[in-house]
Design a protein. Structure first.
Lengths: 105, 401
């Protein structure tokens, strides 16, 4: 029986972070409900400690300026770290996308 | 059998160039960390296989990498991805460079001068230069932007600021150069490890004689006409400093403009630009066996950042400065508009000293005969940010820049 208190959240990382963590396109992390951006990133950093400081600034805990968080065709980059993520993410139907902002032309 | 290992940091990864003592056949490995900016790599003088690398990105921030097998494999100290599952909480934070604000050892995070003259808070951006200890493979220094000096004593697993430098009373007057306010040069006196020289663009040069607790600006004699007071105590755009390990009190400096020399550990400087066609440039280095033989790469101006007349020339002085000769054999003498950055020149310590430098055009040139002739040992790399050389002997290593 599925543990109702634990969510399996899919996270897609950008190429360079996949290289650092030596993982494929998508990882799944276990997160205690309710699922928020902060709790997902905590779980990612716990499982892949080599990513600490690369998604969130060490000092402030804030999203690094050139990274964005997308899910369910929404830009969640400016949501509070403790705001709940969409149910589809918490239920594992949609991944949370960590995306490097594209600059230049 | 001797050999040479050249560590090349570029805008898009790191490369390791290797040859035996003849230096006529080169193998290139890499890119390591493809797509990342590798500001600097440097090997430990104590352990030939211990190499530290600064890996940075505007998107993902700072990462510190280490190799314990001469650059074949790499890992972030303390968080080896081959360990499954990794320890948590991690025993280390190899990419955490937090300014020291503790009452005991740190200083309040004040401000420094911004480009427009206003005050600006200190913000960590990246590691520009890594300097391993000459006596302990696990001790290593990092010069960072915004300018500060950090030290690790556990092989790069954790870093602690030597806060006396940033807390110097002149700190609020320091300001960034065009490339940012970077601490880019670290020289450790091999005879006295408590004496360390550092340089910051554009604050100038500083020296500690007590292992980093207190610091003294050493800019007397520098003249910089682009600042309000050309002979100010701080504010000079020092591009690089070099020393010969046998004479650590003698320093050579490539300033923004001017090539300078100090014979008293930086207490005073005098100009030795002499007959150079232009005394703007970035890199400077000293022959491994001749402490009075210097090398610079003159660049046309701070507005143009390429060689005069499209001809790439290294200049050598065998007299400790003032009298310079152009070295051109094997270097492109037309249509060449590359730059050679401050950390992109190094020497080996084989009997016939080899000189190396990398360009923003992605070439790495090597001279096996002290600069008389040159050859490209890599030609199509990304823009080169740094070059360091390890001289490998059968049972040891020489390693200096």
């Amino acid at each position: 029986m599925e543990n109702q208190g634990i969510a399996s959240v899919r996270v897609c990382l950008p190429y360079h972070l996949r290289s650092l963590a030596r993982v494929g396109n998508e990882v799944t992390v276990e997160v205690v409900r309710p699922v928020s951006m902060g709790s997902v990133l905590d779980a990612v950093e716990k499982r892949f400690p080599m990513l600490r400081g690369t998604i969130r600034d060490y000092g402030t805990g804030k999203r690094r300026p050139f990274l964005r968080f997308f899910a369910c065709e929404e830009d969640l980059s400016h949501e509070a770290m403790d705001a709940e993520l969409p149910a589809a993410v918490a239920e594992g139907r949609e991944p949370l996308l960590v995306v490097g902002a594209i600059a230049g032309g | 059998m001797s050999g040479v290992r050249v560590l090349v940091g570029t805008h898009k990864g790191a490369f390791v160039l290797s040859a035996d003592g003849k230096r006529d056949k080169w193998e290139v490995s890499g890119p390591h960390f493809p797509g990342w900016e590798l500001y600097h790599l440097k090997g430990s003088p104590v352990d030939p296989n211990r190499i530290y690398a600064s890996q940075t990105s505007g998107w993902f921030g700072q990462v510190l990498q280490r190799s314990d097998d001469g650059g074949k494999t790499w890992f972030q100290p303390g968080v080896n991805p081959d360990e499954k599952p990794p320890a948590f909480p991690p025993t280390s934070a190899s990419n955490k460079f937090a300014y020291d604000t503790t009452e005991q050892t740190g200083k309040p995070l004040t401000t420094h001068q911004w480009y427009d003259g206003t005050q600006h808070p200190w913000e960590f951006k990246r590691v520009w230069h890594i300097e391993p200890s000459p006596t302990d493979a696990n001790t290593v220094y990092a010069g960072v932007e915004d300018a500060a000096l950090f030290r690790s004593t556990d092989g790069g697993e954790s870093w602690h600021e030597l806060a006396g430098l940033r807390g110097h009373e002149t700190g609020p007057k320091w300001q960034p150069g065009a490339g940012g306010m970077c601490l880019h040069t670290i020289l450790i006196d091999p005879k006295n490890p408590d004496r360390i020289y550092i340089a910051i663009s554009a604050a100038g040069a500083f020296r500690t004689d007590d292992g980093g607790k207190t610091w003294k600006p050493i800019n007397k004699g520098l003249v910089s006409n682009f600042i309000p007071d050309p002979t100010a105590e701080v504010g000079h755009c020092v591009h690089h400093i070099a020393m010969h390990p046998s004479r650590p009190e003698v320093l050579f400096m490539q300033k923004h403009w001017d090539v300078m020399r100090s014979d008293d550990a930086g207490d005073s400087w005098h100009e030795v630009s002499g007959n150079l066609p232009t005394d703007f440039g970035f890199c400077i280095d000293v022959h491994a066996h001749e402490p009075e033989t210097l090398y610079v790469v003159p660049i046309k101006s701070d507005s143009l950042h390429y060689p005069i007349d499209g001809a790439l020339k290294v200049f050598r002085s065998r007299s400790g400065g003032n009298e310079w000769e152009a070295l051109t054999r094997g270097l492109p003498q037309k249509d060449c508009y590359v730059n050679v950055l401050r950390d992109a020149m190094a020497v080996d310590s084989l009997d016939k000293c080899g000189i190396y430098f990398g360009t923003t055009g992605g070439q790495v040139y090597m001279s096996p005969d002290c600069g008389d002739t040159w050859q490209a040992i890599a030609e199509n790399l990304p823009a080169v940010l740094s070059v360091e050389v390890q001289t490998l002997y059968e049972q040891g290593i020489g390693n200096r820049d």
